[in-house]
Design a protein around this ligand. Sequence first.
Ligand code: SF4
Length: 455
Amino acid sequence: MRAIRVAMISLGCPKNQVEAERMLERLDVAGHEIVPKLEQAEVVVINTCGFITSAKEEAISHILTAARLKAQGAIRGIVVAGCLSERYREEVRQLLPEVDAVLGGGSCEAVCEAVEAALSGCPYERYDDIEQADMGGGRILSTPFYTAYLKLGDGCDNHCTYCAIPLIRGRLRSRPIEELVGEASALAEGGVRELILVAQDTTRYGEDLYGESRLVDLLRALEDIPGLRWIRLLYAYPDRISDELLQHMAGSDKVLHYIDLPLQHAEDDILRAMNRKGDRAQIEDTLLRIRRALPDVCLRTTFICGFPGETEAHFEALCRFVRRHRFDRMGCFAYSAEEGTPAASFDRQVPEDIKQRRADSLMLQQSLISAERGAALVGRQLCVLVEEFDADYGGYAGRSYRDAPEIDGRVYFTSPIELEVGAFVPVDIQSSDDYDLFGALSEASIDAGVNVERS
Ligand code: SF4
């Protein structure tokens, strides 16, 4: 088979992004040419997300854009992969006839076959058992060279009543520690300095494989990898934040004092209806233990507004909870009734406009809190990972331990010297806005001998 020019569009979460990177590597090994732009491609692979309505709409809009290009003869084939095709096998085939090849979420290994079939116009579909899917092997990173996601496993056993992910990705399957350390070592050898741990629930890592959470053991093993400077934890679950984990994070010089802890709600009867483990008292105890163990912790969380049965009183209580606990970062979704999930058939569904009004008002409240928490950092010095020179700003842009890529803020700073992308530098924080910080390279630290990788 000759080399085919292939473009990859990956939607949704970092776990899906890792699957796209695995597919890119298999296409590259097979001799196909990965092209950055859709217009340069013969075949486009759209790695879809399918867990809530807005994500499904985004996936379909990308598929229809590709279909228009195909109708114009600009591209010759469309492959749809990922969670939308895994969840809606029949619908993708029947409702999107422009699609040439379909891969289920467990069939990334077959991407070359799918692309070759799409080019030859032969209908192709493959749905391997997602719970048997390989999660290892090479990747072509789609993140900047200095940062990469490490997917600890797939699937989830928590069965929150609003969530379609267990229906799509199956039961919890953790990857062996040795395999993860092998992949992380290869990434570090390739220049990765920041490793971001992702899974549906990172705090349950290993429970299926080893009968208990082995997250701390995994962190210990990853810390020994030369070259890795930052290890960041996303998607933690509140009832699994152990004292052992917190003590380990407190004593580590690589595991960042950053915890992404989706709480979803704070009212007991809503948490129960969501089938969330733990009640508000346990959540508040967890937040207290986190802040005691990691006083400088950056806490990110997520809430769902408008869950069936949520009253104005529940919502007001949630607002008070958010004001009391003052998270550094917060996301908020209006509840999306997903067919096949228990909550979609619950009584007392909340009207769309009320759901959205609550989500918007909670985000507005949070923007004030984020601004105050940012302002409290003025006068501090932060270690910043240099990401680029921002000509509009007239200085560099980067991230501190408080900033996960794509979802959090940045640090903009001036520097009298030229800096290397991927370098870690001390920055004196001088001002802030709702989400970003502004400052200058710490000359005092440089004079005091702080190592700065100059270009
Ligand atoms: S923890 Fe809950 S919300 Fe998260 S993936 Fe699992 S079931 Fe879904």
